[in-house]
Design a protein around this ligand. Structure first.
Ligand code: GRF
Length: 200
């Protein structure tokens, strides 16, 4: 399995999957990294790991259709079989979505369908969860479709909210859980324990 990543900022989830591929926890190969942010840590990580990496954005491709085509070309060029949106802050174009339907996964730091959609990213998610006085939050991995945080959920796990939690403390605890859960979920996809018809 060749795993492609799209990431806008830090790329710590991406890094964990790359590490798992390198140390044998995952029988997969990271094949390419695309970022809409030329200065992202995600691109720097890809360079450090020696993985082909591309800055593709409105800056490199002002026409959205051309950007869509460029992203699709790179994904195909590197024979991507599974695509992980690992903190990717843009919607994918119609062409890429239709060519890779069912093969693109997103990870979200809450229990969707709650706390998802436009504007629900980063600290905003954890702020909303704490404001609602939830007893627990969690991590969701879902198939990507045309809407933010919307497609079929394939895996979820919970994370407890503890007394004294601040947004930052909770964000850190959820992110740590994301790292392990993303690797575990990809491993189950590879093993056929999670059935993704577009991939198996
Ligand atoms: C994660 O919380 C992920 O769930 C969300 O964006 C964040 C990305 O973090 N979609 P990182 O870039 O992987 O560190």
């Amino acid at each position: 399995m060749n795993i492609a990543f799209l990431a806008s900022h830090n790329g710590s989830n991406m890094q964990e999957v790359m590490d798992a591929c390198a140390d044998g926890r995952l029988q997969a190969t990271p094949c390419v990294v695309i970022s809409n942010n030329g200065n992202s840590k995600a691109l720097a990580r890809a360079k450090r790991e020696g993985i082909p990496n591309f800055h593709l954005s409105r800056i490199t491709h002002p026409d959205p259709d051309e950007l869509d085509k460029a992203i699709l070309n790179v994904l195909e060029q590197y024979h991507s079989t599974l695509i992980i949106l690992a903190g990717y802050m843009r919607r994918l174009g119609a062409l890429t979505l239709s060519k890779y339907r069912g093969k693109i996964l997103n990870i979200h730091p809450a229990l969707l369908p709650k706390y998802g959609g436009k504007g629900m990213y980063g600290i905003h998610v954890h702020r909303a969860v704490l404001a609602a006085d939830e007893k627990y939050t969690g991590v969701t991995i879902h198939i990507v479709d045309e809407e933010y945080d919307h497609g079929r959920i394939i895996a979820q796990c919970t994370v407890d909210i503890l007394p004294g939690d601040t947004e930052d403390i909770l964000a850190k605890r959820v992110l740590e859980k994301e790292h392990a859960f993303l690797v575990e979920t990809i491993s189950k996809i590879i093993a056929g324990e999670i059935n993704l018809p577009a991939i198996q």
